[in-house]
Design a protein around this ligand. Structure first.
Ligand code: PNS
Length: 165
């Protein structure tokens, strides 16, 4: 049976750390679904539609990477898609506690689903969507840390905010 994995997250925005994990997952599993959580934050920087558009554009050449959205319990979505695996990235020990809690809770909710942790390449271990937003909004360079399309969209957002003020 083909192994289908779900890589869930907020992806606000997609970083090169996420891209690295998705490409690793695409090599390991028959298919990987990038599942973007709808309404993860009250005020995300990028709308769900923008996040889907960006991820689809970045992975347009990867036949076994799919981009979708989900709401509600992750395990329900995974079961509905008939996937067997949840993929999560682990960057540092500080990620572990929360990820461990989530993995065990998901295991309790649906014992048929396995969580697989993957490490990104070393150069991405300090990147997070939150830091990217903070650094960019304060005028810092994020080139090489996010896909080019994300960098462009961040620039447009900041220009748009400037025009409104
Ligand atoms: O990118 P993030 O914010 O680290 O992703 C967190 C995410 C989306 C994986 C997590 O919040 C989640 O699974 N939310 C869906 C609701 C759910 O199932 N919660 C219980 C998790 S144990």
């Amino acid at each position: 049976m083909p192994t289908l994995a779900v890589y869930p997250g907020s992806f606000d925005p997609l970083t090169n750390g996420h891209v690295d994990i998705i490409l690793r997952g695409a090599r390991l599993f028959d298919r990987i679904i990038v599942a973007i959580l709808v309404n993860s934050e009250k005020a995300p920087l990028f709308s769900t539609e923008e996040r889907v558009e960006i991820a689809r554009a970045v992975f347009c050449d990867q036949a076994n990477v799919e981009v979708d959205t989900f709401a509600g319990l992750l395990v329900d979505y995974v079961a509905r898609r008939r996937a067997q695996v949840i993929v999560r990235g682990l960057r540092a020990v500080s990620d572990f506690e929360f990820e461990f809690q989530m993995a065990l809770m998901n295991q309790r909710l649906d014992a048929a689903i396995e969580t697989v942790f993957m490490m990104p390449a070393e150069q991405y271990t300090y990147i997070s969507s939150r830091l990217i937003k903070e650094v960019f909004s304060l005028g810092g360079r994020v080139h090489g840390l996010v896909p080019d399309m994300v960098e462009e969209r961040l620039r447009e957002k900041v220009a748009g905010l400037g025009a409104k003020n």
